[in-house]
Write a protein that binds this ligand. Sequence first.
Ligand SMILES: C[S@@+](CC[C@H](N)C(=O)[O-])C[C@H]1O[C@@H](n2cnc3c(N)ncnc32)[C@H](O)[C@@H]1O
Length: 284
Amino acid sequence: MASDSNQGQVDFWNADPGRNWVLFQPEMDLVMAGVADLLLLAADPAPGESAIDIGCGAGATTLAVARRVGSQGRVIGIDISEPLLARAEERRRESGLDQTSFLLADAQDHAFFRGMADLILSRFGVMFFADPVAAFRNLGAALRPGGRMVMATWAEVEANPFFLVPGRIAAARLGPPEPSDPDAPGPMAFRDTARVTGILRDAGLAEARADRHDVDLHHPGGIEAVVTLLTSIGAIPRLMRDKGGTAADMAAIQDGLREAFSGYATPDGVRIPAVINLYSATRG
Ligand SMILES: C[S@@+](CC[C@H](N)C(=O)[O-])C[C@H]1O[C@@H](n2cnc3c(N)ncnc32)[C@H](O)[C@@H]1O
């Protein structure tokens, strides 16, 4: 199913991390709702259009696009994670949005019908390709001439406490993670806008640009809900697993998170400031 080079990502998203995303899907969709709004505003899906959602996960943005393209349009969500796609398919059935389908495949090398899409979009699903130039060349061929691509990705970790704070707290308690290439596939791989617009151009796309946006990650629950989320998904469970963390380590990390995020508590939940890079390009 996947190109060999993405096998590590297939393993990752089909194991505990993918299953935990399914468990926390309703919360993740609330927290990431502001990003979906920015993405849809920029992508502007129109009635009757045909779209592909890359790394669609549990399908929140796929279904949002389906509502916008309407019954005369069409949207395909593609992902390598079976548990996330199973949840997406469940939501599709519940929604009755029959213009939607989901596909278990690697977007880097899946043989899309050439020119099939007016629009390709993604919320945080394009930073995991082992060969991003090959992936975007493949995606570009799936666009009709003049078709557009819009992708939300994270800016640098320093601007994103949702990643920075759990990473720092876990490393302080458990020791630093193994050093890794900052441009390797991962959530922050598309932080450098000059590098990524270069990748898009090298892949043969036109009008490549990046726009930086501030956005609040709004969790309508309280601090405890944020602590539970951040100890279940992301850097903390990964480092706990890699370093053999104990229950005492976890308790200390939870205390650290409570303290660090209390400053973001508001009367209507926790609002964590974040910065994303919204990339766009067209098939010339
Ligand atoms: C951070 S999650 C985002 C999920 C979803 N777009 C959302 O916003 O909720 C990244 C997703 O990209 C998927 N993914 C990673 N590499 C992929 C690839 N090569 N082809 C298709 N999907 C991929 C993962 O399985 C995962 O569901």
